[in-house]
Design a protein around this ligand. Sequence first.
Ligand SMILES: *Cc1c(COP(=O)(O)O)cnc(C)c1O
Length: 339
Amino acid sequence: MGNINWTELSFGYVKTDYNVRSYYYEGKWSDLEITDSEQVPMHIAATCLHYGQEVFEGLKAFRGKDKKIRIFRMRENALRIRSSARGISMPELPVDMFEKAIITVINKNRRFVPPYESKASLYIRPLLVGMSAQVGIKAANEYLFVVFVIPVGPYFREGFKTTSVGIFREYDRAAPYGTGSYKVGGNYAASLVAGEIAHKKGYSAVLYLDAKEKKYIDECGPANFFGIKNNTYITPKSSSILPSITNKSLMQLVSSMGMKVERRQIPIEELITLDEAGMCGTAAVISPIYRIDDVDKNKSYIFSENREPGPVSIKLYNKLRAIQYGDEEDEFGWITVME
Ligand SMILES: *Cc1c(COP(=O)(O)O)cnc(C)c1O
């Protein structure tokens, strides 16, 4: 790879120099292996292929003005992949092993960490899959942990922008007490059809309601939901949503700014009272929403007539990004600065 046009990069696979791996075998994790191979040799009866024994993570590293590389909240991802692994009967990776893998894979691919000025970043994708042959429905006894990285362009190429999202009542992605709170590939497979319908109709994402009562906001396909009203940040509490690290960070930020935080059920009718609404996740930090359509009910909720993002969303977005790039002090201890 010669000169990369950092700002033209989208969110897609790019071959980098190395990935790191560890194998779980006879009850033990192997030492980290560094490889330039993009392939995984696998048994045809591996449990990840047949029964969806797969969990993943997503986090980012940023290059600051001082050229230093900063990793955002990697310990949180280490803890979450342990929780996801427990959720589908996989062995848990030690936190220090996860962190060592992240630091190693970044170090081995330093030339792919985009420069500060590009507003691009390095996306890190850890993956844990069941590898051993099993045809009866049972957890594997061998696993592969692999981490690769890709440089990704700025999410908002033409500046911070709003989109619309749609509620499609005939689709669910996760059930209460199912696997919604784990970052497993199966939840994404379950969301593909509704996602395609939404994109065809011009929505940027599907907003899911709780699967049981269809009364409360759950989350968007790949991002948590939040709303702003009366100096309060409101975000759903549900057993079928993924605990977003971005959302957790935003809650800490708004509290420190003197705003209130409410984590509770949000009835769909309450949408009409919100001043701002948005999605949050690692990819965009915040993706503000100007309109939500409850498609099957023919109802719309509008948050921004002129489609401009609201003031609180702008402030939170700028603040979190400033911490990630090292422009503002890391007062919460979220950043690992690499040597
Ligand atoms: C990963 C993910 C998110 C966002 O989590 P972050 O830690 O903020 O990136 C939200 N919802 C789902 C379903 C996810 O898989």
